[in-house]
Design a protein around this ligand. Sequence first.
Ligand SMILES: *Cc1c(COP(=O)(O)O)cnc(C)c1O
Length: 447
Amino acid sequence: MTESAVGGPSLPQERRLVTEIPGPGSLERLDRKKAHVADGVGTTLPVFVVAAGGGVLVDVDGNSLIDLGSGIAVTSVGNAAPAVTRNVVEQVQAFTHTCFMVTPYDGYVDVCAALAELTPGDHAKKSALFNSGAEAVENAVKIARVATGRDAVVVFDHAYHGRTNLTMAMTAKNMPYKNGFGPFAGEVYRAPMSYPLRDGLSGEEAAARAIDVIDKQVGAANLACIVIEPIQGEGGFVVPAPGFLPVLAAWARQHDVVFVADEIQSGFCRTGDWFASDHEGVVPDLVTTAKGIAGGLPLAGVTGRADLMDSVHVGGLGGTYGGNPVACAAALGAIEEMKEHDLAARAREIGAIMERRLAELRAEHDVIADVRGRGAMMAIELGKPGTTEPDPVRTGAISAYCHQHGVVTLTCGTWGNVFRFLPPLSISDALLEEAFDVVAEAFATTT
Ligand SMILES: *Cc1c(COP(=O)(O)O)cnc(C)c1O
């Protein structure tokens, strides 16, 4: 390694390119990856990382890249954030695993108490912890089915809920998530999402359209739960029109249907509040969390109404590693960082900078059909000039330019034509502005 492997906020906060991207050290390692790692495991930007922190990733060749992805909305508190590192080191030295279902420990209970405090609503809540977002979504469905005695699950167009069998059925997009992997779990039904750019409907109109589909094609009496991302992630950062979520939640309550907010990507300060549901005062029955919860360690949760959570028989929820003590220590550190540095407020500041930069860009480039998002979860959708016809080719060209010039950008969307910007909340204003200078150059120099 040519770079010190110490990351965290003390890493020099600069974009620094000393080789092509990827450089010789990364290219050598890509050959090893090709030899040993299944081809199905792709990489967006193939530089091998040795250290990260603040707003940068440093690779084996000594390049320092500006991070606008946070490892897909995971390192919201920054990589190797001090409280996370401290808690993890202390926990690793004490013990690494007992299995909470065999002999319990405080960290698990502390995380559940924090989730009860932070998630929307002040009703009695309980939680169960898991390893991944998909696992949390699966368990939310299990809980809703037991609690209601019903089978059906409603999800939405453009939804992403994971890569396990049930969550593949719940995810909308075929390539790359589902293609060839069926048959999928049954009793999953898809309703139309509110997508203001493409449907032009108000939130209330879009909710009425969705409820009509649910009512006619499923029937409330058969429906265990509605699972929805309050702001969609992989599906394109689709922000439903105001009113859509409250009307759906009210309909669910009226029919004893469990309303599940999948806040795996939008949660934990990302949108400028603790959870995206908070912005419209929506109080879900169950909330799924993962990604930003633990500063990079694998942890996920289902949190919700105590009566629903307790409807499952003893032993019905769990898993060998769920709520691992090191991951719980990391989560407690991450939550400490969020509170101490008011990262929700920081997400709003970052959002204001991104909104300004993206509005400027939109004024200059008619391929930008939409600018949307909330807080530090912003996106632009690209269409053929002046239209909403998706343009994934231009999106790819701009993306490649950013990567070659040291900015980690991510795309998403059903048509692969959306840039999503998810900087760590520990990024400096200067670095963020510089990253968007590169994005602007990318728009100006690609066709
Ligand atoms: C990432 C994601 C998931 C799946 O999480 P994994 O940890 O990758 O299993 C589920 N729902 C949403 C909204 C996500 O963004």
